[in-house]
Structures are given as C-alpha cells and as structure tokens.
Design a protein around this ligand. Structure first.
Ligand code: SAH
Length: 209
C-alpha cells in the first residue's frame, strides 16, 4: 500500500484529473509520500485527500501539489524557489527535485525541527529551511524565480512581490472562507494576475508560532 505501484496509480489518477506536466508526475511517482505522514495515516498517503500533519496543519492532497507545482514550473526548469509554509516537507521535497535551489520558511518551530530531521534522510543539498514569518518572504536570498505559498492569505503580501525576480511567478491561495488559487507573473508591464480554481488551505497566520 506504500509501494511504487500505489504511487503509479496516484499518478495515473492525476493525469485523469488533468495534470499534464510529465516532469512533475515523474517526481511524484518517485517520492515516497507516505514517509511524510504519521504512521497511522500511511495507508491513506496516496489517496486524493489532504491529511493532518500535526500542529493543526495539513499536507495538501496530491492533486493540489501537482497543480501548483506544474503552474510554478510553467514548462520551464526552476531556478531559485521560495516556499512559504514548509509543513511536513512533502512539497518542499518535490521542489528540491525540480529546482536549482529551494528556500522554505515555516512559522511553527517544533514542526520545522521534525521536518528538518525527515528531510535529512533524503540528503538534499539544495534545500534551506528557515523558521520565519512568511509574510515577510525571505529577503536574505531574494530575488526568487518562483514563490509558492501553501497557506491561504487575505491578500498578496507586498514583500513577496518585491522579492520576485523579473519574469518570476508567484502561486498562492487567496481568500478567507472562499479561497481561489492565484497566479502572479512579474512581467515588463508589471504584475499580471490570473485567478484560477477554488481551493482549501489552512490560513497564513501572523508572526512566529
Ligand atoms: N507545503 C506543506 C503544507 C503545509 S500547510 C506540506 O506539504 O506539508 C501550511 C503550512 O504553512 C503550515 O505548516 C503552517 O504552519 C505554515 N504557515 C502558516 N502561516 C505561516 C507564516 N506566516 N509563515 C510561515 N509559515 C506559515
């Protein structure tokens, strides 16, 4: 139930749900998602559901991870990426396999400590995790070619836009009760916004946890 075959079934389902980025699908076919959830939930790790990861937070369903990652990639190789909301590190690990460099910030220190230990097993050399408030982005490594927020905000934090490289893309859910996935591109004409599908994320919370 946690085998390669289960992952391939998940990937087949993602294709049927409209995910067409084979590069993302190949990474999802490889990465053992069950190692990112509690033992009691492992048997459900490949179902198309979000699951609790402790501290009142959730790991997004595979479809959303695939969708956001495909949008972020936009058919190109990812350079320097910032993720807001490390959580259990599943999305971070997907990005690690696709991007040159990944920075990820998380506000809950004990959750980040646990994820740090977990990611150590994967021996990524291109991932930096930081205990920080994602509202502020991560100025020390800016600018980023892509920014992915995995918690829902009421608006786009100005700091994130200012940390985007020219041509950069920011993907994030916006809204409180009714959330929609948003895609912002920093073009020569300024910030272009696309509003995409409805989603359900935990909220982006203020300050450090
Ligand atoms: N990408 C994660 C999803 C985790 S849920 C995964 O694959 O597991 C969203 C995460 O955002 C939670 O861990 C939550 O603690 C974190 N978060 C919420 N507000 C934040 C903030 N202001 N700064 C940084 N992280 C935040």
């Amino acid at each position: 139930m946690t085998s390669q075959r289960t992952r391939l079934r998940m990937v087949e389902r993602l294709r049927q749900q409209g995910i067409a980025d084979e590069v993302v699908l190949a990474v999802m076919a490889e990465l053992p998602r069950h190692l990112f959830v509690d033992e009691a939930l492992m048997s459900r790790a490949y179902d198309d559901v979000s699951l609790p990861l402790g501290f009142g937070q959730t790991i997004s369903q595979p479809y959303i991870v695939a969708k956001m990652t495909s949008l972020l990639r936009n058919g190109k190789k990812l350079g320097r990426v910032l993720e807001i909301g490390t959580g259990c590190g599943y999305q971070t690990s997907i990005l690690a396999k696709l991007a040159k460099e990944v920075y990820s910030v998380e506000r809950i220190a004990p959750l980040l400590d646990r994820t740090r230990l977990r990611l150590r097993e994967f021996k990524f050399t291109n991932v930096r995790l930081k205990h920080a408030d994602g509202h502020l982005g991560l100025p020390e490594a800016a600018p980023y070619d892509a920014i992915l927020m995995t918690a829902a905000a009421s608006h786009v934090p100005e700091e994130l836009v200012s940390q985007l490289a020219p041509g950069g893309r920011l993907i994030m859910p916006i809204g409180l009760n009714e959330q929609k996935l948003h895609c912002f591109d920093l073009t020569e004409e300024g910030l272009q916004q696309q509003i995409l599908e409805p989603v359900k994320f935990v909220p982006l919370l203020p300050g450090l946890g």
